[in-house]
Ligand binder design. Structure first.
Ligand SMILES: Nc1ncnc2c1ncn2[C@@H]1O[C@H](COP(=O)(O)OP(=O)(O)OP(=O)(O)O)[C@@H](O)[C@H]1O
Ligand SMILES: O=P(O)(O)OC[C@H]1O[C@H](OP(=O)(O)OP(=O)(O)O)[C@H](O)[C@@H]1O
Length: 211
């Protein structure tokens, strides 16, 4: 098999650790304590692979533009960013779901209820499909504050353990979509570097845990 160079965009933050463990298990000789250092590019010369460490929301951008051949991104990010990338494999890590939530016992009877979210596309798609008109309020984090403080009637956000909702006196109303991390590829790389990419998929597939 050819040893064409591969660039892989890895998300910093939550997904990193699980993705890192999978890559190690798949035999990639990544150095220890990668996240402790401030280095944003790591090379593995013997595999002719380099890893770039990116903000999770930016991974599909690097991959769509072809500066990374491969990336790892949450399904939430893929649905929100709508980048033209090839989805290769569900890694079944960093599992959670997107849901709507709000203060308990509150009906949505306004003409256009306010929905706070850092996923404006996912939220508007969801309510459009339901035929409900809403006003989307974009936030970057601490989304749960919005209904507590009267900025919004509902939030659309990630729920994992449910602890954040619980500790802030909110309840889940509607399930929107399941989320796990996916291996993605640049469309041109997928064709031009197919052997190498298939080899990577094969190695990682063996490490995917079901359930
Ligand atoms: N509570 C959670 N439990 C499990 N997975 C999560 C959770 N929150 C987010 N994720 C997954 O991890 C991805 C990245 O989450 P992370 O919080 O590291 O990034 P971020 O929100 O972009 O970071 P930051 O807020 O630091 O900019 C999300 O896109 C999602 O797929
Ligand atoms: O159900 P849980 O296990 O409590 O996880 C859900 C929380 O995790 C994420 O927040 P994050 O920690 O990324 O904070 P931020 O959105 O404020 O940046 C998400 O936005 C929820 O607030």
């Amino acid at each position: 098999m050819s040893n064409t160079a591969l660039t892989i965009a890895m998300p910093k933050g939550r997904i990193f650790e699980e993705a890192y463990d999978m890559l190690i298990e798949a035999g990639f000789n990544l150095p220890a304590n990668v996240e402790m250092s401030r280095k944003l590019m790591i090379e593995i010369p013997e595999e002719n692979i380099r890893f770039i460490l990116a903000k999770p929301m930016d991974v599909p951008t690097y991959v769509e533009h072809g500066v990374a051949d491969i990336g790892i991104a949450g399904k939430d990010v893929l649905l929100e960013e709508r980048r033209n990338v090839h989805e290769l494999l569900d890694l079944n890590i960093s599992k959670c779901h997107v849901a709507s939530a709000g203060l308990p016992n509150t009906e949505l009877n306004d003409i256009a209820p306010r929905i706070a979210t850092k996923y404006p596309n996912i939220a508007s798609d969801y309510y459009r499909e339901k035929g409900e008109q809403v006003e989307i309020i974009g936030l970057n984090g601490s989304i749960e504050l919005a209904p507590m403080i009267g900025l919004a009637d509902r939030i659309v956000d990630i729920v994992s353990t449910g602890q954040t909702l619980k500790e802030n006196g909110l309840v889940e109303y509607e399930f929107v979509v399941d989320v796990s991390s996916r291996l993605i590829a640049n469309q041109a790389s997928y064709r031009m570097k197919n052997d190498r990419i298939q080899d990577l998929v094969k190695r990682l597939k063996k490490c995917v845990r079901e359930g």
